[in-house]
Design a protein around this ligand. Structure first.
Ligand SMILES: *[C@@H]1O[C@H](CO)[C@@H](O)[C@H](O)[C@H]1NC(C)=O
Ligand SMILES: *[C@@H]1O[C@H](CO)[C@@H](O)[C@H](O)[C@H]1NC(C)=O
Ligand SMILES: *[C@@H]1O[C@H](CO)[C@@H](O)[C@H](O)[C@H]1NC(C)=O
Ligand SMILES: *[C@@H]1O[C@H](CO)[C@@H](O)[C@H](O)[C@H]1NC(C)=O
Ligand SMILES: *[C@@H]1O[C@H](CO)[C@@H](O)[C@H](O)[C@H]1NC(C)=O
Ligand SMILES: *[C@@H]1O[C@H](CO)[C@@H](O)[C@H](O)[C@H]1NC(C)=O
Length: 512
């Protein structure tokens, strides 16, 4: 399935000096240069929409009625990135629903990015109203989306996850219908799909319901370089990580990992190699206590869960991960750690928005991945650094992600803040200047059907699931191996000074 020969890879390398500078570089606000006047909205996804190898940003605006594309216009020779704004989906066809999430992918295999859109009825973000799923086909000649979408006949319990079940380079979906049937929705090039119920061998009992918000992911669990599927389900209000390994091209249930008993509420799990041992870890943030006041992050690796020793303090204030709801009634925002190698030391760092324990203050934090000698089974932890503390209470950070604005391999920070009753974007540039090389890996389908127009490189659209392992040689001649996989969505983008580091420019799942 997922891995086959038709990937192309771009490796951009600069000069390689192995200077280990563990700096916490400063960030400067470059919002006016980067976004100009087009900074309203919530970031909902990243992807290269117009096939120019620059990552564009999908932004939801007008309470989820309108979807804009911020199209990256940067040339590698220019100092600053800039974006031009384009409306992809206009509210006039919204039919009294609002968009809750988008996920890019090439669902008909024509090498043009399409957009999967999930919608709910107005004002029901917090309830269990069903989700309708649509695909807006991309038009590679005009770089626009078809005005009227393809709609799924089924209503879904939650947004589906995008995976390539049958390895044909056309992404498929894993989801649960409103009736609770867990199924794969498999796409063919003729823009139709077939539904295949997920079955567990000859076991006939119903499968447990999938976790809402959807948290399943595609990653290489057993190190055979083939993507396996981790389906996250729920039982007795606890999470279960069901590992379905790929056995001769068929996803087969192999084991279920229960969440750590200490956790009572759960954020969204992530899947990264946190300690650089070439094995993907499951990273599960969560909390316990009646007000969710005791935050912790657990990591699954080598067959057991370890609790990371994180001090959720900064200055006099204590912080917690989960609590408070979205300031916007049309958008649900589960707690998520987003990863990228901020200081280029080969270990993925994270960003997250935390809430003060004592009041309703929110702040964006950088969680630096640092060694920990007293940490028992897992020798890494995270150290908190404030990125942006809301000095004005009217500016509440809501979402934070890594993004490489300058396409120079150095991660910058993209914030969405809630300001004057509306979300807006902020670009923070990192002023890292040490010599470093970076490896940017973009895994694409390589598909090009009949009409790749002249202005486009026929290289397809970002794929989900593939695992990439690579070996580099440092300036001292030692050889190192890295492994990355794009667990749950559509973009692999890797920055390495020492191999193994991962740059997370993936879709920010609003509902994940
Ligand atoms: C809105 O409804 C019309 C008519 O029922 C349908 O053709 C169109 O596809 C719908 N638009 C969306 C965005 O669902
Ligand atoms: C969700 O659905 C169940 C039954 O389908 C219902 O009992 C429950 O009240 C609903 N929850 C909300 C928040 O609407
Ligand atoms: C689309 O393709 C699939 C698989 O190739 C086939 O089973 C299906 O009948 C086709 N559907 C239409 C409407 O042509
Ligand atoms: C799959 O079936 C086995 C029994 O054959 C059962 O023990 C296991 O829990 C099932 N897995 C899931 C995910 O339901
Ligand atoms: C370390 O791992 C072992 C087995 O892998 C487990 O029994 C033990 O409880 C773990 N210790 C901690 C502190 O998590
Ligand atoms: C929240 O508490 C912190 C310290 O405990 C304080 O600095 C901050 O001003 C408080 N914020 C509000 C909005 O009261």
């Amino acid at each position: 399935m997922a891995v086959s020969a038709c990937y192309r890879m771009w490796l951009f390398t600069g000069c390689s000096f192995s200077v280990l500078t563990l700096c916490l570089c400063s960030l400067s606000d470059v919002t006016p240069d980067v976004f100009g006047g087009s900074k309203n909205g919530v970031v909902s996804a990243f992807g290269d929409f117009n096939a120019d190898k620059l990552t564009d940003i999908f932004v939801l605006a007008a309470s989820g009625k309108v979807l804009h594309l911020l199209q990256a216009e940067q040339e590698l020779t220019k100092k600053t990135a800039s974006f031009s704004i384009k409306t992809l989906i206009d509210g006039k066809n919204a039919n009294a629903t609002y968009i809750t999430n988008v996920a890019p992918g090439d669902f008909d295999g024509d090498a043009q990015m399409d957009l999967l859109v999930t919608r709910k009825q107005e004002k029901q973000a917090e309830t269990n109203a069903t989700v309708s799923v649509q695909i807006y086909w991309g038009n590679s000649v005009t770089d626009t989306l078809d005005q009227y979408p393809f709609s799924f006949a089924e209503a879904f319990r939650d947004q589906p996850s995008v995976i390539d079940v049958n390895g044909d380079m056309i992404p498929d979906l894993l989801g649960e219908t409103a009736e609770g049937v867990r199924s794969f929705f498999i796409f063919s090039p003729n823009r139709s799909y077939s539904v295949e119920k997920v079955v567990n061998g000859t076991f006939t009992a119903a499968l447990d319901p999938l976790r809402i918000p959807q948290s399943s992911a595609f990653f290489d669990f057993n190190g055979d370089l083939v993507a396996d599927l981790c389906m996250v389900s729920e039982k007795d209000q606890k999470l279960q990580f069901e590992i379905w390994t790929n056995q001769n091209g068929k996803l087969t249930w192999s084991r279920t990992i229960d969440s750590p008993p200490e956790l009572e509420k759960f954020g969204r799990p992530s899947y990264y190699d946190l300690n650089d041992n070439h094995e993907i870890n499951i990273i599960l943030p969560g909390c316990s206590g009646h007000a969710c006041q005791d935050s912790s992050v657990f990591v699954w690796g080598r067959g057991s869960w370890s609790k990371l020793d994180i001090q959720f303090r900064s200055g006099a204030e204590s912080w917690q991960m989960i609590g408070g709801s979205s300031p916007m009634d049309w958008l649900n925002m589960p707690f998520t750690l987003r990863f990228g190698d901020y200081n280029l030391d080969g270990f993925p760092d994270a960003v997250a928005v935390l809430k003060a324990k004592s009041n309703e203050t929110y702040a964006a934090f950088l969680l630096l991945n640092t060694p920990c000698s007293s940490c028992g089974n897992f020798s890494r932890t995270f150290e908190l650094n404030v990125i942006d503390s809301a000095t004005e209470t009217s500016q509440r950070p809501m979402l934070v992600a890594f993004y490489d604005f300058m396409e120079n391999g150095i991660l910058d920070v993209l914030l969405t803040v809630y300001s004057d009753d509306a979300p807006e974007l902020q670009a923070l540039e990192q002023d890292f200047t040490a010599d470093a090389y970076f490896l940017k890996v973009m895994v694409v389908s390589g598909l090009c059907v009949s009409n790749c127009p002249h202005s486009h490189q026929p290289y397809g659209v970002n794929q989900v699931g593939p695992v990439v392992r690579f070996r580099t040689t440092t300036s001292t001649g030692s050889s190192e191996i890295g492994v990355i996989c794009d667990a749950d969505l559509v973009f692999i983008n890797c920055v390495a000074k020492w191999p193994g580091s991962v740059h997370d420019e993936r879709v920010l799942q609003l509902f994940k």
